[in-house]
Design a protein around this ligand. Structure first.
Ligand SMILES: Nc1nc2c(ncn2[C@@H]2O[C@H](COP(=O)(O)OP(=O)(O)O)[C@@H](O)[C@H]2O)c(=O)[nH]1
Ligand SMILES: [Mg+2]
Length: 245
């Protein structure tokens, strides 16, 4: 089987010092799976030397591209990376502190049987070694995904891969940025009838979490309610015929 084209998109914000060693690990993980890869770092809003460090990494790595936007926005960073990635092969979203070689292997072994792959912290076989409070936040989010937006997905945050052509088709419809951009993208993929599979993952924090759950959980829940309104205002697309998949 020909190894797939993989473009890894990584949003980065105030990651000076941490990013260099993480990129070395990520290059090793993706290089073990395919020689046909690119990495796109999208930085915005950093107050440290992240952008300068990213540029210096890119100076010695032809497969690494760096994009900089002005204001801090996690979702907009991923979106911009996706827009820059083109429409070949797989687009993979990693965090700089959360990435997986095993996940890339699973994506590379797919034989056309899926349009998107989500590493779900809630899938059978996953091992979540994060602190209890973070695991609890994931459970709350999972419950909200089912009850607020009626999704069958068990996780939408974190590591995921989508076929570039699927992203190209869906991006014009996606409205949200920040925390919920990737959730909206996956929910729209689900509603459009694309085949999404969930795979287990071992989650280990490579460093302490920096975002405050106290602020993030209510913000995310409010965002999901907005998303439900947006999605229900639009007719559910007819399931796509098999030949289009
Ligand atoms: N471009 C960009 N990246 C961000 C922003 N906030 C977080 N990130 C990146 O998103 C990833 C996850 O962030 P992290 O702080 O580990 O969040 P957590 O693990 O979900 O609490 C890391 O690669 C961060 O550098 C942002 O505002 N802009
Ligand atoms: Mg993190």
């Amino acid at each position: 089987m020909t190894p797939p084209q993989i473009t890894i998109i990584i949003p980065v914000h105030n990651e000076a010092g941490f990013m260099g060693p993480a990129l070395t690990r990520i290059r090793r993980q993706v290089g073990a799976v395919t020689p046909r890869y690119r990495i796109i770092l999208v930085e915005n809003g950093s107050t440290d030397h992240t952008h300068a460090e990213a540029l210096s990494e890119a100076a010695s790595d032809l497969r690494l591209d760096v994009i900089q936007l002005e204001a801090a926005d996690y979702g907009l960073a991923i979106r911009t990376g996706m827009e820059a990635a083109g429409n070949l092969g797989w687009l993979v979203v990693f965090d700089i502190d959360y990435h997986s070689g095993d996940f890339l292997k699973k994506v590379a072994e797919l034989d056309g049987s899926a349009d998107a792959v989500v590493a779900s912290k809630r899938a059978p076989g996953s091992r979540d070694r994060r602190p209890r409070i973070r695991r609890l936040a994931t459970r709350v989010f999972n419950l909200a995904l089912r009850t607020v937006v009626g999704s069958g997905l068990s996780d939408t945050h974190g590591i995921k891969a989508l076929r570039a052509q699927v992203v190209e088709a869906l991006l014009p419809q996606v409205r949200l940025t920040e925390d919920l951009f990737d959730t909206e993208l996956l929910l729209r993929a689900e509603r459009a009838g694309y085949r999404i599979i969930e795979v287990p993952i071992t989650v280990e924090e490579l460093r302490e979490a920096r975002s405050s759950l106290l602020r993030r959980v209510p913000r995310t829940l409010r965002g999901l309610i907005t998303l439900r309104r947006t999605l229900s205002a639009q007719p559910r697309p007819a399931p796509r015929p098999p030949e289009e998949r």
